[in-house]
Design a protein around this ligand. Structure first.
Ligand SMILES: *Cc1c(COP(=O)(O)O)cnc(C)c1O
Length: 398
């Protein structure tokens, strides 16, 4: 079925959006297969984003964990500080091609908002970003960056005032202004064609990393690890390795303050299938089907849903999903900063913690590749303000 990953995905949207999604789907297919579009995208990915990003041997983390060799794919070196720009750039080029001059976006951590504001400045497009007031507080620096780049920020105070509510508001705006507006969703979520389109735009991460890994190590990694919020950096990484059946794919979700309702954002670990934001996928919900509130130290993972393709990968067992807690992620953030001179974002710090666990289990012949999806400057305040339980050791379960 069109726009489905097994039973997951689909287009659960108001009637007024169906023709817009149809138009978008058609325009996207046409653009993606147009060599001219591909050439322009490639040129901008190089000159504006800074691709290809390096593959980095994390020698001191490897030594610290005393097991498998750990490499990092350095998406933190993308312009504006995270992998988000790969997607925002591609969709801005598409909007321009479709003749849409107004862009709307939602943002959680602010990274997708900053990426969208930057491409809108670059291409002279009008930019409005929806953001929850709780996230505006946590990510104040990114709010200022977006304004400097010329975006209008619309504060969303409903519900938990985080990413979920910001997406709902952005969808409402799109329904009202669909004629002249393109909605740049920041992850592999939402109705078809977004999960496919965003995956196609993010797969550059894994395509580059696989080539780089073969050159550096002469073999493929045993495990590829990435953090999962909506799931775009993870799918971007996994797609290149899906046919390599021996490569384990591991997605790491936000374990928040621990297991239990409302305490984390681990949709694939603790949720069950339901509909949110136009798509059928794993979802944190109460027994009545109401969407649960979520909790995570990292705004970028603080989302009750997940991209539909991950739901399929989970069900068929091609990828595994685990949860890492706030405290573990903060400890990994500090460890990576101190040992490698690289401040990771709190989101991929979740993946780094789990990479440490895996490295110990695999032993010195093992090879682990981690997607370092973004840099951590934005998270300084969250880390400084975090009340740490004393006994965290990165790579071990507490
Ligand atoms: C937004 C963000 C994420 C989470 O989004 P995905 O779509 O799951 O990749 C992860 N890492 C960073 C650095 C982010 O900014």
């Amino acid at each position: 079925m069109k726009g489905r990953f097994g039973a997951y995905g689909g287009q659960y949207v108001p009637e007024t959006l169906m023709s817009a999604l149809e138009e978008l789907d058609g325009a996207w297919r046409e653009a993606w297969h147009d060599p001219g579009f591909q050439l322009e995208l490639k040129a901008q990915l190089h000159a504006f984003v800074g691709r290809p990003t390096p593959l980095y041997a994390a020698e001191r983390l490897t030594e610290h964990f005393g097991g498998a060799v750990i490499h990092l794919k350095r998406e933190d070196l993308c312009h504006t500080g995270a992998h988000k720009l790969n997607n925002a750039l591609g969709q801005a080029l598409l909007a321009r091609r479709m003749g849409k001059r107004r862009i709307i976006a939602e943002t959680g951590a602010g990274q997708h908002g900053v990426a969208t504001a930057a491409v809108c400045a670059r291409f002279g497009l009008d930019c409005t970003v929806y953001m929850g007031s709780e996230d505006m507080r946590r990510q104040e620096l990114n709010v200022r960056r977006m304004r400097l780049l010329g975006a209008e920020i619309r504060e969303v105070t409903a519900g938990s005032a985080t990413l979920k509510e910001a997406i709902s508001e952005a969808i409402r705006d799109w329904v009202t202004n669909v004629g002249e507006t393109h909605y740049i969703i920041g992850s592999v979520v939402g109705p078809h064609p977004y999960p496919e389109m965003v995956r196609d735009l993010q797969r550059v991460i894994g395509d580059e990393a696989r080539d780089q890994y073969l050159i550096a190590e002469g073999r493929l990694p045993d495990v590829v690890v990435a953090c999962v919020g909506g799931g775009s950096n993870a799918i971007g990484m996994f797609t290149a390795f899906i046919e390599d059946r021996k490569v384990r794919l591991v997605g790491v979700e936000a374990g928040g303050s621990g297991p239990g309702r409302g305490r984390n954002a681990a949709s694939l670990v603790g949720g069950r299938p339901g509909v949110l934001h136009g798509s059928f996928s794993y979802l944190l919900q109460d027994p009545d089907g109401q969407v649960e509130t979520t909790e995570s130290v990292s705004a970028g993972l603080d989302y009750p849903g997940v991209g539909p393709e991950h739901s399929l990968l989970r069900d068929i067992g091609r990828a595994e999903y685990v949860a890492v807690t706030d405290a573990e992620a903060v400890a990994a953030f500090k460890l990576c900063s101190r040992l490698e001179g690289i401040m990771p974002a709190l989101e991929p710090a979740h993946a780094l913690h789990h990479a440490g666990r895996l490295a110990g289990r695999l032993g010195p012949d093992g090879r682990v590749l981690v997607c370092l999806s973004g840099r951590g400057d934005k998270d300084m305040e969250s880390v400084d303000g975090f009340q740490e339980p004393a006994e965290i050791e990165v790579g071990r379960r507490v």
